[in-house]
Design a protein around this ligand. Structure first.
Ligand SMILES: [Zn+2]
Length: 547
Protein backbone atom coordinates (compact mmCIF):
# COMPACT_ATOMS: atom_id res chain seq x y z
CA UNK A 1 0.00 0.00 0.00
CA UNK A 2 1.24 3.51 -0.78
CA UNK A 3 2.26 5.69 2.14
CA UNK A 4 -0.79 7.19 3.80
CA UNK A 5 -1.02 10.93 4.23
CA UNK A 6 -1.17 11.91 7.88
CA UNK A 7 -4.40 13.50 9.00
CA UNK A 8 -5.03 15.98 11.76
CA UNK A 9 -8.63 15.95 13.03
CA UNK A 10 -8.73 19.39 14.59
CA UNK A 11 -10.91 20.42 17.51
CA UNK A 12 -13.00 17.25 17.75
CA UNK A 13 -15.09 16.28 20.76
CA UNK A 14 -13.44 12.94 21.47
CA UNK A 15 -15.96 10.32 22.60
CA UNK A 16 -13.28 7.73 23.07
CA UNK A 17 -15.27 4.50 23.50
CA UNK A 18 -14.41 4.02 27.18
CA UNK A 19 -17.69 5.52 28.35
CA UNK A 20 -15.72 8.33 30.05
CA UNK A 21 -16.35 12.06 29.76
CA UNK A 22 -15.84 13.39 26.21
CA UNK A 23 -13.04 15.95 25.76
CA UNK A 24 -11.85 18.31 23.05
CA UNK A 25 -8.62 17.44 21.26
CA UNK A 26 -6.68 17.44 18.03
CA UNK A 27 -6.02 13.88 16.89
CA UNK A 28 -3.27 12.98 14.44
CA UNK A 29 -3.19 9.75 12.46
CA UNK A 30 -0.08 8.31 10.82
CA UNK A 31 0.59 5.02 9.05
CA UNK A 32 -2.95 3.80 9.73
CA UNK A 33 -2.83 4.39 13.48
CA UNK A 34 -3.64 7.08 15.99
CA UNK A 35 -0.27 8.78 16.35
CA UNK A 36 -1.05 11.53 18.85
CA UNK A 37 -3.87 13.06 20.85
CA UNK A 38 -3.42 16.68 21.91
CA UNK A 39 -6.03 17.74 24.43
CA UNK A 40 -7.25 21.31 24.45
CA UNK A 41 -4.70 23.35 26.35
CA UNK A 42 -1.78 21.15 25.25
CA UNK A 43 0.47 22.72 22.66
CA UNK A 44 -1.55 22.10 19.47
CA UNK A 45 -0.54 19.73 16.72
CA UNK A 46 1.68 21.31 14.11
CA UNK A 47 0.13 19.94 10.95
CA UNK A 48 3.35 19.96 8.92
CA UNK A 49 2.58 18.03 5.76
CA UNK A 50 -0.57 16.48 7.19
CA UNK A 51 -4.03 17.16 5.84
CA UNK A 52 -6.15 19.03 8.37
CA UNK A 53 -9.82 18.18 8.82
CA UNK A 54 -11.81 20.80 10.69
CA UNK A 55 -13.70 18.71 13.26
CA UNK A 56 -15.08 21.62 15.25
CA UNK A 57 -18.58 20.69 16.41
CA UNK A 58 -18.10 17.04 15.48
CA UNK A 59 -17.75 14.04 17.76
CA UNK A 60 -14.81 11.73 17.10
CA UNK A 61 -15.50 8.11 18.02
CA UNK A 62 -13.87 4.74 17.37
CA UNK A 63 -15.33 3.16 14.24
CA UNK A 64 -18.49 1.21 14.94
CA UNK A 65 -18.46 -2.58 14.96
CA UNK A 66 -21.47 -4.35 13.48
CA UNK A 67 -21.69 -7.52 15.57
CA UNK A 68 -24.34 -9.09 13.34
CA UNK A 69 -23.88 -8.46 9.62
CA UNK A 70 -25.20 -10.30 6.59
CA UNK A 71 -22.73 -8.84 4.09
CA UNK A 72 -21.13 -12.22 3.31
CA UNK A 73 -21.64 -11.84 -0.45
CA UNK A 74 -22.24 -8.08 -0.64
CA UNK A 75 -18.62 -7.37 0.32
CA UNK A 76 -17.45 -9.57 -2.56
CA UNK A 77 -19.54 -7.83 -5.18
CA UNK A 78 -19.57 -4.19 -4.00
CA UNK A 79 -16.50 -3.57 -1.86
CA UNK A 80 -17.30 0.17 -1.46
CA UNK A 81 -20.08 -1.07 0.83
CA UNK A 82 -21.72 2.32 1.26
CA UNK A 83 -24.63 0.87 3.25
CA UNK A 84 -22.35 0.30 6.24
CA UNK A 85 -19.43 2.63 5.60
CA UNK A 86 -21.79 5.63 5.57
CA UNK A 87 -23.03 4.61 9.05
CA UNK A 88 -19.54 4.81 10.51
CA UNK A 89 -19.12 1.04 10.59
CA UNK A 90 -15.47 0.03 10.23
CA UNK A 91 -15.73 -3.69 11.08
CA UNK A 92 -18.46 -6.24 10.45
CA UNK A 93 -18.85 -9.77 11.83
CA UNK A 94 -20.06 -12.17 9.11
CA UNK A 95 -21.11 -15.83 9.11
CA UNK A 96 -24.15 -15.18 11.31
CA UNK A 97 -27.21 -17.21 12.24
CA UNK A 98 -25.47 -20.51 11.60
CA UNK A 99 -25.66 -20.12 7.83
CA UNK A 100 -23.03 -18.96 5.39
CA UNK A 101 -20.86 -20.36 2.62
CA UNK A 102 -17.65 -21.56 4.28
CA UNK A 103 -16.51 -24.21 4.86
CA UNK A 104 -18.40 -25.81 2.01
CA UNK A 105 -18.07 -28.53 -0.63
CA UNK A 106 -19.39 -28.95 -4.16
CA UNK A 107 -22.27 -31.12 -2.99
CA UNK A 108 -23.54 -28.71 -0.31
CA UNK A 109 -23.03 -25.33 -1.95
CA UNK A 110 -26.10 -25.42 -4.27
CA UNK A 111 -28.46 -26.08 -1.34
CA UNK A 112 -26.92 -23.29 0.75
CA UNK A 113 -27.07 -20.84 -2.14
CA UNK A 114 -30.74 -21.63 -2.66
CA UNK A 115 -31.59 -21.48 1.04
CA UNK A 116 -29.76 -18.17 1.59
CA UNK A 117 -30.81 -16.35 -1.59
CA UNK A 118 -33.37 -14.38 0.43
CA UNK A 119 -30.67 -13.14 2.81
CA UNK A 120 -27.75 -12.53 0.50
CA UNK A 121 -29.12 -12.58 -3.05
CA UNK A 122 -27.56 -14.61 -5.84
CA UNK A 123 -25.01 -12.21 -7.33
CA UNK A 124 -24.56 -12.67 -11.05
CA UNK A 125 -21.14 -13.75 -12.21
CA UNK A 126 -19.77 -14.36 -8.71
CA UNK A 127 -16.85 -16.77 -8.66
CA UNK A 128 -17.81 -19.31 -5.98
CA UNK A 129 -14.54 -21.22 -6.04
CA UNK A 130 -13.56 -20.83 -2.36
CA UNK A 131 -14.24 -23.86 -0.14
CA UNK A 132 -12.48 -23.37 3.22
CA UNK A 133 -12.83 -20.53 5.72
CA UNK A 134 -9.28 -19.45 4.92
CA UNK A 135 -10.04 -19.31 1.20
CA UNK A 136 -13.19 -17.28 1.83
CA UNK A 137 -11.28 -14.78 3.99
CA UNK A 138 -8.55 -14.58 1.34
CA UNK A 139 -11.24 -13.79 -1.22
CA UNK A 140 -12.56 -10.95 0.93
CA UNK A 141 -9.04 -9.54 1.20
CA UNK A 142 -8.45 -9.84 -2.53
CA UNK A 143 -11.70 -8.10 -3.44
CA UNK A 144 -13.34 -8.51 -6.84
CA UNK A 145 -11.45 -7.93 -10.10
CA UNK A 146 -9.61 -4.66 -10.13
CA UNK A 147 -9.95 -4.05 -6.39
CA UNK A 148 -7.93 -4.93 -3.37
CA UNK A 149 -9.81 -5.37 -0.11
CA UNK A 150 -13.04 -3.75 1.08
CA UNK A 151 -14.16 -0.40 2.46
CA UNK A 152 -14.57 -1.90 5.95
CA UNK A 153 -12.84 -4.65 7.90
CA UNK A 154 -14.54 -8.02 8.26
CA UNK A 155 -14.41 -10.94 10.69
CA UNK A 156 -16.09 -14.33 10.36
CA UNK A 157 -17.81 -16.94 12.53
CA UNK A 158 -17.94 -20.62 11.52
CA UNK A 159 -21.67 -21.26 10.94
CA UNK A 160 -22.99 -24.31 12.78
CA UNK A 161 -25.86 -24.96 10.32
CA UNK A 162 -23.37 -24.96 7.46
CA UNK A 163 -21.24 -27.56 9.32
CA UNK A 164 -24.36 -29.66 9.75
CA UNK A 165 -25.35 -29.28 6.10
CA UNK A 166 -21.86 -30.51 5.15
CA UNK A 167 -21.89 -33.50 7.48
CA UNK A 168 -25.54 -34.60 7.96
CA UNK A 169 -27.22 -32.76 5.09
CA UNK A 170 -30.53 -31.07 5.95
CA UNK A 171 -31.73 -34.18 7.82
CA UNK A 172 -33.97 -33.86 10.85
CA UNK A 173 -32.05 -36.05 13.29
CA UNK A 174 -29.23 -35.96 15.83
CA UNK A 175 -25.68 -36.25 14.52
CA UNK A 176 -24.01 -39.64 15.00
CA UNK A 177 -20.80 -39.71 17.07
CA UNK A 178 -18.77 -39.96 13.86
CA UNK A 179 -20.60 -36.98 12.37
CA UNK A 180 -20.09 -34.93 15.51
CA UNK A 181 -16.39 -35.73 15.37
CA UNK A 182 -16.28 -34.56 11.75
CA UNK A 183 -18.09 -31.30 12.68
CA UNK A 184 -15.58 -30.73 15.46
CA UNK A 185 -12.71 -31.18 13.00
CA UNK A 186 -14.21 -28.79 10.45
CA UNK A 187 -14.92 -26.25 13.19
CA UNK A 188 -11.38 -26.46 14.56
CA UNK A 189 -10.01 -25.96 11.06
CA UNK A 190 -12.21 -22.89 10.47
CA UNK A 191 -11.12 -21.40 13.78
CA UNK A 192 -7.46 -22.09 12.99
CA UNK A 193 -7.92 -20.38 9.63
CA UNK A 194 -9.09 -17.19 11.26
CA UNK A 195 -12.76 -17.41 12.37
CA UNK A 196 -13.40 -15.71 15.72
CA UNK A 197 -16.01 -18.19 16.92
CA UNK A 198 -19.11 -20.13 15.91
CA UNK A 199 -22.61 -18.92 15.12
CA UNK A 200 -25.82 -20.96 15.22
CA UNK A 201 -29.33 -20.53 13.82
CA UNK A 202 -31.58 -22.76 15.87
CA UNK A 203 -34.88 -21.86 14.22
CA UNK A 204 -33.36 -22.56 10.80
CA UNK A 205 -32.83 -25.87 9.02
CA UNK A 206 -30.52 -27.71 9.49
CA UNK A 207 -29.10 -26.10 12.67
CA UNK A 208 -32.46 -26.51 14.43
CA UNK A 209 -32.09 -30.30 14.40
CA UNK A 210 -29.13 -30.12 16.81
CA UNK A 211 -29.70 -30.86 20.47
CA UNK A 212 -28.08 -29.18 23.45
CA UNK A 213 -25.35 -31.84 23.76
CA UNK A 214 -24.15 -31.26 20.20
CA UNK A 215 -23.85 -27.53 20.87
CA UNK A 216 -21.94 -28.12 24.12
CA UNK A 217 -19.49 -30.44 22.34
CA UNK A 218 -18.87 -27.91 19.56
CA UNK A 219 -18.59 -24.98 21.97
CA UNK A 220 -15.81 -26.83 23.81
CA UNK A 221 -13.82 -26.60 20.57
CA UNK A 222 -14.63 -22.88 20.29
CA UNK A 223 -13.61 -22.26 23.90
CA UNK A 224 -10.34 -24.12 23.31
CA UNK A 225 -9.53 -21.74 20.47
CA UNK A 226 -10.37 -18.68 22.55
CA UNK A 227 -13.44 -17.86 20.45
CA UNK A 228 -17.07 -17.13 21.28
CA UNK A 229 -20.45 -18.68 20.55
CA UNK A 230 -23.06 -16.49 18.86
CA UNK A 231 -26.46 -18.21 18.71
CA UNK A 232 -29.74 -17.19 17.15
CA UNK A 233 -31.45 -19.48 19.63
CA UNK A 234 -34.59 -21.59 19.46
CA UNK A 235 -37.36 -19.09 20.18
CA UNK A 236 -37.82 -15.32 20.43
CA UNK A 237 -41.51 -15.92 21.16
CA UNK A 238 -43.43 -18.37 23.32
CA UNK A 239 -40.40 -20.10 24.85
CA UNK A 240 -37.93 -17.25 24.58
CA UNK A 241 -36.70 -17.36 28.17
CA UNK A 242 -36.19 -21.14 28.01
CA UNK A 243 -34.27 -20.64 24.78
CA UNK A 244 -32.01 -17.98 26.31
CA UNK A 245 -31.49 -20.19 29.37
CA UNK A 246 -30.44 -23.12 27.15
CA UNK A 247 -27.73 -20.95 25.54
CA UNK A 248 -26.47 -19.81 28.95
CA UNK A 249 -26.32 -23.46 29.95
CA UNK A 250 -24.37 -24.37 26.79
CA UNK A 251 -21.87 -21.60 27.62
CA UNK A 252 -21.59 -22.65 31.25
CA UNK A 253 -21.03 -26.35 30.50
CA UNK A 254 -18.58 -25.74 27.65
CA UNK A 255 -16.71 -22.85 29.26
CA UNK A 256 -17.30 -20.86 26.07
CA UNK A 257 -17.93 -17.12 25.91
CA UNK A 258 -21.48 -16.34 24.80
CA UNK A 259 -22.77 -13.52 22.60
CA UNK A 260 -26.54 -13.54 22.09
CA UNK A 261 -27.53 -12.51 18.56
CA UNK A 262 -30.21 -9.84 18.07
CA UNK A 263 -31.49 -10.14 21.63
CA UNK A 264 -35.24 -9.50 21.51
CA UNK A 265 -38.40 -10.48 23.37
CA UNK A 266 -41.00 -10.50 20.60
CA UNK A 267 -44.63 -11.40 19.90
CA UNK A 268 -47.65 -10.60 22.06
CA UNK A 269 -46.70 -13.18 24.69
CA UNK A 270 -43.55 -11.21 25.60
CA UNK A 271 -45.00 -7.72 25.88
CA UNK A 272 -43.34 -5.96 28.82
CA UNK A 273 -41.06 -8.91 29.65
CA UNK A 274 -37.66 -7.49 28.64
CA UNK A 275 -36.78 -7.25 32.34
CA UNK A 276 -37.20 -10.98 32.76
CA UNK A 277 -34.55 -11.49 30.10
CA UNK A 278 -32.09 -9.04 31.67
CA UNK A 279 -32.69 -10.68 35.08
CA UNK A 280 -31.89 -14.08 33.57
CA UNK A 281 -28.67 -12.70 32.09
CA UNK A 282 -27.69 -10.95 35.32
CA UNK A 283 -28.16 -14.22 37.22
CA UNK A 284 -25.55 -15.84 34.94
CA UNK A 285 -22.65 -13.92 36.47
CA UNK A 286 -20.36 -16.94 36.01
CA UNK A 287 -20.71 -16.80 32.21
CA UNK A 288 -18.71 -14.42 29.98
CA UNK A 289 -21.74 -13.00 28.25
CA UNK A 290 -22.66 -10.23 25.81
CA UNK A 291 -25.48 -9.52 23.37
CA UNK A 292 -26.39 -7.33 20.43
CA UNK A 293 -29.59 -5.69 19.28
CA UNK A 294 -30.90 -3.51 16.45
CA UNK A 295 -32.86 -0.39 17.43
CA UNK A 296 -36.12 -1.20 15.64
CA UNK A 297 -39.32 -3.09 16.43
CA UNK A 298 -39.86 -5.43 13.45
CA UNK A 299 -37.78 -8.51 12.79
CA UNK A 300 -36.71 -9.59 9.33
CA UNK A 301 -36.07 -12.98 7.77
CA UNK A 302 -37.29 -15.27 5.00
CA UNK A 303 -40.92 -16.30 4.58
CA UNK A 304 -39.82 -19.95 4.53
CA UNK A 305 -38.38 -19.56 8.04
CA UNK A 306 -41.97 -19.65 9.40
CA UNK A 307 -42.36 -23.29 8.35
CA UNK A 308 -42.07 -25.96 11.02
CA UNK A 309 -38.64 -27.56 11.21
CA UNK A 310 -39.74 -30.94 9.90
CA UNK A 311 -41.16 -29.26 6.77
CA UNK A 312 -37.72 -27.81 6.00
CA UNK A 313 -35.90 -31.14 6.44
CA UNK A 314 -33.99 -32.47 3.44
CA UNK A 315 -33.32 -29.04 1.98
CA UNK A 316 -35.19 -26.55 -0.22
CA UNK A 317 -36.20 -29.07 -2.91
CA UNK A 318 -37.84 -31.33 -0.32
CA UNK A 319 -39.60 -28.33 1.20
CA UNK A 320 -41.12 -27.40 -2.16
CA UNK A 321 -42.31 -31.00 -2.68
CA UNK A 322 -44.10 -30.90 0.70
CA UNK A 323 -45.79 -27.62 -0.25
CA UNK A 324 -47.30 -29.47 -3.22
CA UNK A 325 -48.52 -32.43 -1.13
CA UNK A 326 -52.06 -31.99 0.33
CA UNK A 327 -51.44 -34.28 3.32
CA UNK A 328 -48.22 -32.48 4.27
CA UNK A 329 -49.92 -29.12 3.75
CA UNK A 330 -52.71 -30.02 6.16
CA UNK A 331 -50.14 -30.81 8.84
CA UNK A 332 -48.21 -27.60 8.13
CA UNK A 333 -51.43 -25.58 8.38
CA UNK A 334 -52.21 -27.21 11.72
CA UNK A 335 -48.69 -26.33 12.97
CA UNK A 336 -48.86 -22.71 11.85
CA UNK A 337 -52.44 -21.79 12.61
CA UNK A 338 -53.36 -23.99 15.59
CA UNK A 339 -50.26 -25.19 17.48
CA UNK A 340 -47.64 -22.54 16.68
CA UNK A 341 -44.61 -23.86 14.81
CA UNK A 342 -40.97 -23.77 15.92
CA UNK A 343 -40.30 -21.64 12.82
CA UNK A 344 -42.94 -19.21 14.17
CA UNK A 345 -41.20 -19.13 17.58
CA UNK A 346 -43.93 -21.28 19.11
CA UNK A 347 -46.75 -18.83 18.51
CA UNK A 348 -49.66 -19.09 16.09
CA UNK A 349 -49.02 -17.32 12.78
CA UNK A 350 -50.66 -13.88 12.58
CA UNK A 351 -50.73 -13.01 8.86
CA UNK A 352 -51.35 -9.32 9.61
CA UNK A 353 -47.82 -9.07 11.10
CA UNK A 354 -45.99 -10.70 8.17
CA UNK A 355 -45.08 -8.10 5.52
CA UNK A 356 -43.40 -9.01 2.24
CA UNK A 357 -40.11 -7.10 1.88
CA UNK A 358 -38.57 -8.81 -1.15
CA UNK A 359 -39.25 -11.41 -3.83
CA UNK A 360 -36.84 -13.25 -6.08
CA UNK A 361 -39.32 -13.65 -8.95
CA UNK A 362 -39.95 -10.42 -10.84
CA UNK A 363 -43.59 -11.23 -11.62
CA UNK A 364 -44.36 -11.32 -7.88
CA UNK A 365 -43.15 -7.78 -7.24
CA UNK A 366 -46.75 -6.59 -6.69
CA UNK A 367 -46.65 -8.39 -3.35
CA UNK A 368 -43.81 -6.26 -1.93
CA UNK A 369 -45.06 -4.04 0.90
CA UNK A 370 -48.24 -6.06 1.44
CA UNK A 371 -48.85 -8.21 4.47
CA UNK A 372 -49.74 -11.83 3.82
CA UNK A 373 -53.22 -10.95 5.14
CA UNK A 374 -53.55 -8.17 2.56
CA UNK A 375 -52.27 -10.44 -0.18
CA UNK A 376 -54.86 -13.04 0.82
CA UNK A 377 -57.65 -10.48 0.75
CA UNK A 378 -56.57 -9.24 -2.65
CA UNK A 379 -56.61 -12.77 -4.05
CA UNK A 380 -59.66 -13.94 -2.07
CA UNK A 381 -57.69 -16.70 -0.41
CA UNK A 382 -57.01 -17.67 3.17
CA UNK A 383 -53.84 -16.30 4.72
CA UNK A 384 -52.33 -19.77 4.79
CA UNK A 385 -53.10 -20.37 1.11
CA UNK A 386 -51.56 -17.02 0.16
CA UNK A 387 -48.46 -17.94 2.23
CA UNK A 388 -48.07 -21.29 0.47
CA UNK A 389 -48.68 -19.86 -2.98
CA UNK A 390 -46.06 -17.17 -2.50
CA UNK A 391 -43.48 -19.63 -1.14
CA UNK A 392 -44.10 -21.95 -4.08
CA UNK A 393 -44.17 -19.37 -6.87
CA UNK A 394 -41.09 -17.63 -5.45
CA UNK A 395 -39.28 -20.95 -4.82
CA UNK A 396 -38.73 -19.94 -1.14
CA UNK A 397 -36.93 -16.71 -2.16
CA UNK A 398 -39.32 -14.31 -0.38
CA UNK A 399 -38.11 -12.11 2.49
CA UNK A 400 -40.33 -10.55 5.15
CA UNK A 401 -40.58 -8.02 7.93
CA UNK A 402 -42.29 -9.38 11.03
CA UNK A 403 -44.10 -6.72 13.05
CA UNK A 404 -43.73 -8.44 16.40
CA UNK A 405 -41.46 -6.18 18.51
CA UNK A 406 -42.17 -4.10 21.63
CA UNK A 407 -40.66 -0.66 22.25
CA UNK A 408 -40.23 -1.13 26.01
CA UNK A 409 -38.42 -4.42 25.50
CA UNK A 410 -36.07 -2.87 22.93
CA UNK A 411 -35.20 -0.12 25.42
CA UNK A 412 -34.73 -2.46 28.36
CA UNK A 413 -32.39 -4.71 26.37
CA UNK A 414 -30.29 -1.85 24.92
CA UNK A 415 -29.62 -0.54 28.42
CA UNK A 416 -28.06 -3.84 29.53
CA UNK A 417 -24.39 -3.46 30.55
CA UNK A 418 -23.32 -6.23 28.13
CA UNK A 419 -25.21 -4.79 25.16
CA UNK A 420 -23.58 -4.06 21.78
CA UNK A 421 -24.96 -2.98 18.39
CA UNK A 422 -25.70 -5.37 15.55
CA UNK A 423 -27.66 -4.43 12.46
CA UNK A 424 -28.77 -7.91 11.32
CA UNK A 425 -29.15 -6.00 8.08
CA UNK A 426 -30.19 -7.82 4.92
CA UNK A 427 -28.87 -5.73 2.04
CA UNK A 428 -30.77 -7.39 -0.79
CA UNK A 429 -34.44 -7.49 -1.71
CA UNK A 430 -36.88 -4.91 -2.98
CA UNK A 431 -37.63 -3.16 0.29
CA UNK A 432 -35.26 -4.46 2.98
CA UNK A 433 -35.54 -3.67 6.67
CA UNK A 434 -34.29 -0.09 7.21
CA UNK A 435 -31.89 -1.35 9.90
CA UNK A 436 -29.44 -2.37 7.15
CA UNK A 437 -28.76 1.31 6.33
CA UNK A 438 -29.82 2.91 9.61
CA UNK A 439 -28.90 0.96 12.75
CA UNK A 440 -25.90 2.98 13.98
CA UNK A 441 -27.16 6.52 13.24
CA UNK A 442 -30.53 5.56 14.70
CA UNK A 443 -28.88 4.58 17.99
CA UNK A 444 -27.11 7.96 18.12
CA UNK A 445 -29.90 10.13 16.74
CA UNK A 446 -33.09 8.55 18.00
CA UNK A 447 -32.14 6.69 21.18
CA UNK A 448 -29.41 9.08 22.40
CA UNK A 449 -30.38 12.58 21.26
CA UNK A 450 -34.15 12.37 20.87
CA UNK A 451 -35.15 9.81 23.49
CA UNK A 452 -32.26 9.93 25.97
CA UNK A 453 -32.41 6.18 26.50
CA UNK A 454 -28.60 6.02 26.39
CA UNK A 455 -26.01 8.73 27.01
CA UNK A 456 -23.71 9.66 24.13
CA UNK A 457 -20.51 8.27 25.66
CA UNK A 458 -22.37 5.20 26.88
CA UNK A 459 -23.83 4.48 23.44
CA UNK A 460 -20.47 4.91 21.69
CA UNK A 461 -19.00 2.37 24.11
CA UNK A 462 -21.77 -0.08 23.14
CA UNK A 463 -20.93 0.38 19.46
CA UNK A 464 -17.12 0.25 19.67
CA UNK A 465 -15.14 -0.76 22.78
CA UNK A 466 -17.51 -3.43 24.05
CA UNK A 467 -17.67 -5.33 20.77
CA UNK A 468 -13.88 -4.99 20.37
CA UNK A 469 -13.50 -6.64 23.79
CA UNK A 470 -15.83 -9.48 22.80
CA UNK A 471 -13.79 -10.00 19.62
CA UNK A 472 -10.56 -9.80 21.66
CA UNK A 473 -9.07 -7.13 19.42
CA UNK A 474 -6.42 -5.38 21.48
CA UNK A 475 -5.94 -2.29 19.29
CA UNK A 476 -9.47 -1.37 18.22
CA UNK A 477 -12.57 0.12 19.80
CA UNK A 478 -10.97 3.08 21.58
CA UNK A 479 -9.52 6.44 20.59
CA UNK A 480 -6.07 5.88 22.08
CA UNK A 481 -2.57 6.54 20.91
CA UNK A 482 -1.29 3.49 19.03
CA UNK A 483 -4.74 2.13 18.25
CA UNK A 484 -5.81 1.60 14.65
CA UNK A 485 -7.20 4.71 13.03
CA UNK A 486 -10.64 3.21 12.46
CA UNK A 487 -12.57 6.38 13.29
CA UNK A 488 -15.85 8.15 12.69
CA UNK A 489 -16.62 11.87 12.88
CA UNK A 490 -20.31 12.64 13.36
CA UNK A 491 -22.47 15.60 14.31
CA UNK A 492 -24.15 14.74 17.64
CA UNK A 493 -26.84 17.37 16.95
CA UNK A 494 -27.67 16.10 13.49
CA UNK A 495 -26.80 12.42 13.17
CA UNK A 496 -29.85 10.46 12.04
CA UNK A 497 -30.85 7.42 10.03
CA UNK A 498 -32.11 8.33 6.59
CA UNK A 499 -33.60 4.94 5.84
CA UNK A 500 -37.32 4.35 6.32
CA UNK A 501 -39.65 1.44 5.66
CA UNK A 502 -40.66 3.10 2.37
CA UNK A 503 -37.12 4.26 1.39
CA UNK A 504 -34.88 1.72 3.12
CA UNK A 505 -31.72 2.51 1.17
CA UNK A 506 -31.49 6.21 2.02
CA UNK A 507 -28.10 7.02 3.55
CA UNK A 508 -27.75 8.53 7.04
CA UNK A 509 -27.29 12.21 7.87
CA UNK A 510 -24.61 13.84 10.00
CA UNK A 511 -21.68 11.43 9.46
CA UNK A 512 -19.20 13.40 7.31
CA UNK A 513 -16.00 11.37 7.81
CA UNK A 514 -15.28 7.68 8.26
CA UNK A 515 -11.68 6.42 8.35
CA UNK A 516 -10.58 2.80 8.05
CA UNK A 517 -6.93 2.32 8.93
CA UNK A 518 -6.49 6.07 8.55
CA UNK A 519 -7.93 6.13 5.01
CA UNK A 520 -11.17 8.06 4.45
CA UNK A 521 -13.91 5.83 3.03
CA UNK A 522 -16.41 8.66 3.59
CA UNK A 523 -14.79 12.07 3.04
CA UNK A 524 -16.83 15.25 3.56
CA UNK A 525 -20.06 13.19 3.21
CA UNK A 526 -18.92 11.53 -0.02
CA UNK A 527 -17.90 7.92 -0.57
CA UNK A 528 -14.34 7.61 -1.79
CA UNK A 529 -14.53 3.99 -2.99
CA UNK A 530 -11.24 3.37 -1.19
CA UNK A 531 -10.88 -0.21 0.05
CA UNK A 532 -8.49 -0.14 3.02
CA UNK A 533 -10.50 -2.77 4.94
CA UNK A 534 -9.10 -6.25 5.50
CA UNK A 535 -10.16 -9.41 7.27
CA UNK A 536 -9.56 -9.56 10.99
CA UNK A 537 -8.53 -13.10 11.87
CA UNK A 538 -8.28 -14.98 15.11
CA UNK A 539 -4.72 -13.88 15.71
CA UNK A 540 -6.27 -10.49 16.36
CA UNK A 541 -4.43 -8.87 13.48
CA UNK A 542 -5.31 -8.23 9.86
CA UNK A 543 -3.24 -10.56 7.78
CA UNK A 544 -2.34 -7.83 5.37
CA UNK A 545 -2.29 -4.09 5.12
CA UNK A 546 -0.28 -1.80 7.32
CA UNK A 547 0.90 -3.47 10.49
ZN1 LIG B 1 -30.89 -14.32 13.32
Amino acid sequence: MATLPDLVLRGALVVDGSGGEPYRADVRTAAGRIAAIHREGDPGVRPGAARVVDADGLALAPGFIDMHAHSDLALLTDPAHEAKAAQGVTLEVLGQDGLSYAPVDDRTLPGLRRQLAGWNGEPEGLDWSWRTVGEYLDRLDAGPDGHDGMAVNAAYLVPHGTLRALVTGWEDRPATPAELLRMRELLAQGLAEGALGMSAGLTYSPGMYAGTEELVELCRVVAGAGGYFCPHHRSYGARALDAYAEMVEVARRSGCALHLAHATMNFAVNRGRGGELTALLDAAADVDLSLDSYPYLPGSTTLAALLPGWAAAGGPQQTLLRLADPAALATIRQALEVQGSDGCHGVVADWTTVQISGVRTASLRYAVGLTVAQLAERDRQSGFDAFVRLLTEDALGTTILQHVGHEENVRTIMRHPAHTGGSDGLLTGDRPHPRAYGTFPRYLGHYVREEGVLGLAECVEHLSARPARRLRLPDRGLVRQGYRADLVLFDPAGVAAGSTYEQPRTLPLGIPYVLVGGVPVIDDHRRTDATPGRTVRSSGQSVRGSA
